[in-house]
Design a protein around this ligand. Structure first.
Ligand code: PEP
Ligand code: MN
Length: 359
């Protein structure tokens, strides 16, 4: 169990009720873009504004953020709209600048969370401050590293902490930009039940079409809130254009979200629902993986046909069965169970290869 000393996240004069929403552009680009987007969001009732001032980009040459010149724009957002403002910090300098300009909330980006030196530097810069800090998961699916970052910030005396789930990088060209791997935030919730977790569907999906579905999934898993990228003119955004939505579209998305479980008094039922949702999701992953495996097996079938090789290669079959049984056993699965599953999988592969061979 992680041993964190937490206080509920609060902002002066604002009670954060589930689901609380942080909204705003990926990046602050110009004063006009920031002000217009903020006014539109404020008019729709959103209370917390986000904008990246320093942008960690994967490849050099992309827009890396306007830097400190953007901070007075956020001050103007506060003054003119009454919204609270949040930015990403990646080093001590960012923290000092943010505090100087009265930023209300800080978040640590996924690439930074993956780097304990950077997180420690930020923690040291925050000593003695009382500001809410949101910690994104690291880019790699490593729960300990995520918890470690939360601990570093907490040890600096920051008690208003929350986690942001933004998904995990994969080499796979899956439908997500960053795979959600929901079991990881679920395990985080189990380990630190009092830590609020919000979901970032924009960076998980990478496409605006996925935002609603991912947000609803997060709410069905009892997340506390959402952080969603919204831009006055998404297609013209200087970063992450495909995943941003207009404030209008955002309103439609957040209005459509069903808050299940809110009026179920029985907390056991709610956690049962969480587990069932997770089972459904894992089954989908199982099916998708099986489909991938079958298409590779068909490619092998084609190779065997072109090279006149028999379908059944007994040595390979024995090798697979033995290895899978061992792998299964080391994961706590019974030999009988693993054998049954792989016999069925193998049978289906052979059937498919037979069709290819005789076509
Ligand atoms: C962002 O929030 O714009 C951002 C850079 O996100 P992440 O750290 O999740 O990649
Ligand atoms: Mn972004």
């Amino acid at each position: 169990m992680a041993n964190l000393k937490l206080e509920p996240i609060s902002l002066p004069g604002l009670e954060l009720k589930r689901p609380w929403v942080v909204a705003g552009p990926c990046s602050a680009e110009t004063e006009e873009q920031v002000m217009e987007t903020a006014h539109q969001l404020a008019d729709k009732g959103y209370k917390i504004f986000r904008a990246g001032i320093w942008k960690p980009r994967t490849r050099p040459g992309a827009f890396e953020g306007v830097g400190t010149v953007g901070l007075p724009w956020l001050k103007r957002v506060k003054e003119e709209t009454g919204m609270y403002v949040g930015i990403e910090v990646a080093n001590a300098h960012h923290v000092y600048e943010a505090l100087k300009y009265g930023i209300d909330i800080l978040w640590i980006g996924a690439r930074t969370t993956a780097n304990p030196f950077a997180v420690q530097e930020i923690a040291d810069a925050l000593k003695g401050m009382d500001i809410p800090v949101l910690v994104k998961n690291p880019v790699n699916p490593d729960l300990e590293l995520w918890i470690g970052a939360l601990e570093r910030i907490n040890r600096a005396g920051i008690k208003k902490l929350a986690a942001i789930h933004r998904g995990f990088s994969t080499y796979d060209d899956s439908k997500y930009r960053n795979h959600p791997q929901w079991q990881i935030p679920i395990e985080l919730r189990r380990r630190i039940p009092e830590l609020p977790i919000i979901c970032d569907p924009s960076h998980i999906g990478g496409k605006r079409e996925l935002i609603y579905k991912i947000s609803q999934e997060a709410m069905d898993l009892n997340f506390d809130g959402l952080i969603i990228e919204s831009h006055r003119c998404p297609d013209k955004a200087w970063s992450d254009a495909k995943q941003q939505v207009t404030p209008d579209e955002l309103k439609k998305i957040t209005k459509k979200i069903v808050l299940r479980g809110a009026n179920i008094g029985d907390k056991y039922r709610a956690s049962l629902d969480e587990l069932r949702t997770e089972i459904d999701r894992l089954d989908t992953t199982l099916l998708e993986t099986l489909e991938k495996r079958m298409s590779i097996s068909e490619a092998i079938g084609k190779y065997k046909k072109d090279n006149n090789i028999t379908i059944l290669q007994t040595r390979r079959y024995d090798e697979i069965m033995n290895n899978r049984r061992k792998q299964g056993a080391s994961l706590g699965l019974s030999e009988e169970f693993t054998t049954k599953i792989f016999e069925d999988i193998h049978e289906e592969s052979v059937t498919r290869q037979n069709i290819i061979m005789n076509n």
